[in-house]
Design a protein around this ligand. Sequence first.
Ligand SMILES: [Zn+2]
Length: 236
Amino acid sequence: MGDDVWIPAYAGMTELKSRYIVKRLILLVFLLLPGVLHSADYPSQGVVKKVIDGDTIELKSGDVVRYIGIDAPETIYSRRMSEAFWKEATEANRELVEGKTVRLEYDKQVKHDNRLLAYVYVGEIFVNGELVRKGFALYSPFGPNRSKDTLLFQYENEARKNRLGIWALPLKNPSKGYIASKIKKEGEIKKFHRIECPHAGRIANRNKVSFKSIDEALDEGYRPCRTCNPLERCYP
Ligand SMILES: [Zn+2]
C-alpha cells in the first residue's frame, strides 16, 4: 500500500526533474550565446604596438583598447595632458604590456567611442587590477561593465591605505568638507563632491550626507564627482 503511493510520487518527481534540467540547458545556451558572438566579432588577443596612456593601448591590428573599470590620471579629472602622475601611469602600463601579447576579456558593453573595452591580461597578470593595486590608476565603474568592481575596489583600497603611487601626492584642491546625496537610483553610482561643487548645492538638506575627509567618503563606497574632482592631485 505504502509502495503504491510512493512509486507514482517518485515518477512525478523524475518528470519534474528532467523538465527542470531541459529548462536549465536552454537557459545555458542563451547565456553562452553572447559570449560566442563576442569571440566571433572581437579579438580575444593581440600584440601591443603602442601604449597611449595609463589605461589605453593600441594593438598591431589597429584596435584601440580602453581598460575597463579604471581611470589613469590624465583622463579622470580633465582632458588636459598635464595631470599629475600621468607620465608615471603611462610608464607603468608600458612596462606591463608594450610589445607583449595580451589576452582580452570583455564585459557587457564591448565598445565605446570606437574603442574596445576590455580586461587585459599578460599571462596571469590582470593588468587593469595591477595598475589600480599599485596606485597608478583609480577604480572607476563604467556603464554596465561591473563584473570586476569588487576586486578593483579592493585593490584601490590597498593602494590608498598604503599611500602608493597617486595616493602619496597631496590633493590639488583640498576642501573643508565633502557632500553626497543619500538618494541613489537603481544602478546609479554614488558620487561625492567638494562642498564648493555646484552639484553639491543642488542636493536638498534632508538628503545630504557629509564627510570630513575623502577617505571617509571612499570608505563608504562613494566615487569622486567628475565636475569638482575631489581626488585631483598635484606634485608637492
Ligand atoms: Zn561635484
